[in-house]
Design a protein around this ligand. Sequence first.
Ligand code: PLP
Ligand code: MN
Length: 375
Amino acid sequence: APAAPDPGYDLPALPGMRLDEIQTPALVIDMAALERNLDWMRTFVEERGLRLRAHAKTHKSADLARLQIQTGGACGICCQKVSEAEAMVRAGITDILIANQVRDPAKLDRLARLAKRARILLCVDDPGAVPDLSAAAVRHGVTIEVLVEIECGAARCGIAPGAPARDLALRVAAAPGLRFSGLQAYQGSAQHLPTEAARGEAIARAETVTRETLRMLGEAGLACDIIGGAGTGSFPFEAASGVWNELQCGSYVFMDADYRRVLGADGNGFEQALFVLGSVMSRAPGRAICDAGLKCFSVDSGLPVVADRPGIAFTGISDEHGHLADPEGRLAVNEKLRLIPGHCDPTCNLHDWYVCLRDDRVEALWPVTARGKVF
Ligand code: PLP
Ligand code: MN
């Protein structure tokens, strides 16, 4: 018989355990909050006749991707890397946009093989990318759908909008094994701008160049099924524009301390559903130390924030320690703390498991299916 799972070694918890029995630090999901976030977004896109293609790079979880598709109103998911998509297809997800550039011929070959088992779409931003992609699709007898990615303000990937984008779309449409399916117009640098006005201005600029490109595509006789883009910070603007029809929000499922700061109390409709559960392990006058440090949190967007406990602040971090200011000496050793990650996506990639909690009981454990799938 297989050995029983060993909480604390193989797993941080078992279903049915109480919150205080979870081995910490552990990545935990408040399932009720997660479900409210999923419902909120499903209602938002349904009411507006938009599609949601939820970005799975946030959670890298096949269980959550399935929930987004089955009950969260998503038509499919985005992935950022081929290996991430492979993990999702193996787990049964069948409609995936790689919302990114892929140029290595070996990766394109893997992508074409994946297209035998799922609908696969890829972004392209360079005419020079078309021959290798087309060859891979032909070699495996599949069709790969292509979104022409335009540079719309973030100075990341993307071909210049207008004529260069149109010419690339014509080239894709003419290439064997490829189908031109639309535009990728994601304005990444708008997402975390600190005011609604600044986010709105950035998306207005992206809208202008996207409209102009769509006009030129229309003149060239090319239909554009998908106009994709938008993230958790900016999607109300893309949705209101009448230009975008497929939203790619990712962080909305979980939220993080940085999005909570920039989006304010309303959080664009979303509440905090992701925490790292830590335990106090040492005390001194005015401060305490918990067991969750840099190996549990990405701190690129700031330190974690302590939930539920006014007066306690997360003030510093080292590899395996979190530093807490506790001026009134409220914390006790072994006390559990819900800590809100500064940035959700890279934090999730640091953990093997989600501990799913409902009413402070462990309901399920979900693997971080595509953890480390960054190639
Ligand atoms: N679409 C693309 C192409 C992205 O790169 C990202 C995130 O960086 C998103 C959507 C989703 O962003 P968010 O997690 O802010 O919702
Ligand atoms: Mn992010």
